[in-house]
Design a protein around this ligand. Structure first.
Ligand code: ATP
Ligand code: MG
Length: 158
């Protein structure tokens, strides 16, 4: 289905903002327009739920989470950035593997199975997009994904 990704993303962020029980602030950098993309809403909801719950889970007290949505030539780029403990460089690609979790001791305490990002990767690939992580240990993590987007689509009435 075709959905306006700006309002789709906003309503997921709203849901987390209302439910959160941590002292973590949310910052949004979203375009002031509609961006229609063809997606499976349930699957993208699952992807964003996992990325945002990870960001919350690994955020420090008083941290900030930044939600960004950018329109590029032929794709949109979505990112969720936190100020948490980060992911060591040598593990940055492995976090998308099934059951992989950085530092068993630290993550056991926080719960989870290590499937969230592996599922996210499959779902983004199924949509023709890419997903990756950028992180600096001790500073934070950004999970970024793209989805194909045709800016002409909205004008195509033929
Ligand atoms: P699940 O999502 O299945 O509940 P999980 O959150 O541990 O479990 P993933 O979402 O796949 O699993 O993440 C894999 C691992 O990547 C995590 O265990 C954690 O070590 C690391 N990770 C993911 N997101 C972050 C983040 N925002 N900051 C720091 N580490 C992260
Ligand atoms: Mg997770």
């Amino acid at each position: 289905t075709w959905v306006d990704f700006v309002s789709f993303f906003s309503s997921i962020i709203d849901r987390f903002e209302m439910a959160k029980d941590r002292n973590v602030s949310f910052r949004r950098q979203l375009p002031d327009k509609v961006i229609f993309v063809e997606i499976d809403e349930d699957k993208l909801t699952q992807v964003l739920d996992n990325i945002i719950s990870n960001a919350l889970k690994y955020s420090p007290e008083g941290g900030q989470i930044t939600f960004k949505l950018k329109e590029l030539d032929d794709k949109i780029e979505v990112s969720v950035r936190d100020q948490g403990l980060g992911i060591p460089k040598e593990n940055i690609e492995k976090v998308f593997d099934r059951f992989y979790r950085v530092d068993k001791a630290r993550t056991r305490r926080l719960g989870g199975t290590g499937l969230g990002l592996a599922i996210a990767k499959e779902m983004i690939a199924a949509h023709g997009g890419h997903i990756w992580a950028r992180s600096v240990e001790g500073k934070g993590t950004a999970i970024i994904f793209t989805l194909p987007y045709d800016p002409e689509q909205k004008d195509d009435w033929s």
